[in-house]
Design a binder for this molecule. Sequence first.
Ligand SMILES: Cc1cc2nc3c(=O)[nH]c(=O)nc-3n(C[C@H](O)[C@H](O)[C@H](O)COP(=O)(O)O)c2cc1C
Length: 202
Amino acid sequence: METVNVAVIYYSSTGTVHALAQAVAEGAEKAGAHVRLRKVAETAPPEAIGSRPEWGRHLQDTADVAEATLDDLAWADAVLFGTPTRFGNPASQLRAFIDTTGALWFQGQLADKVYSAFTASNTAHGGQESTILALSNTFYHWGGIIVPPGYTDPVQFQTGNPYGTSHVVGDGAPSEVTLEAARHQGRRVVEAAAALKAGRAA
Ligand SMILES: Cc1cc2nc3c(=O)[nH]c(=O)nc-3n(C[C@H](O)[C@H](O)[C@H](O)COP(=O)(O)O)c2cc1C
């Protein structure tokens, strides 16, 4: 299989999406990809972060995770974006990073890559699909190839979200089933990107 470069780019305030991102990265690595796990920069003011102790704690705990740069996007054959739901939409921190990609897009450097997304929300009907679909709007503009998990593995029938791995925070920490769905999503994206790469090289 062609070796592919995968960027897992995420935002997380309190660690849930970070845990999903780690599992996605693990799945991609096990499938043979070169993986960069990257958080986007925190843009919230200190007062907001200070209002929730777990937010500040997570920021400290992930201080050593490298921040996403435009080079990570240019380098990648496939990109998986992770974000918590914010009123049914991606977090502004992730959007702020995406909004710096204009020049790359204009040069055509974001086209023809594989894209996929994952999320978390407090409640089961709190906007997981709408958040993932909102990110997909950007993938269309980039000329991306969207690869969702669908029901392509038995674990998908257990977690039940064909749009992208999604966790309900109100149920507690992500279960092994959810983490396995995230690994599956990472793996599937690698397989799709590798097939495209091989096809283009042929
Ligand atoms: C401003 C704001 C808006 C949110 N909107 C929603 C929402 O619409 N639906 C929902 O279920 N949860 C909502 N949440 C909860 C977050 O999605 C949840 O805390 C997040 O998924 C946890 O992920 P993290 O631990 O990676 O930060 C919201 C949280 C904040 C702070």
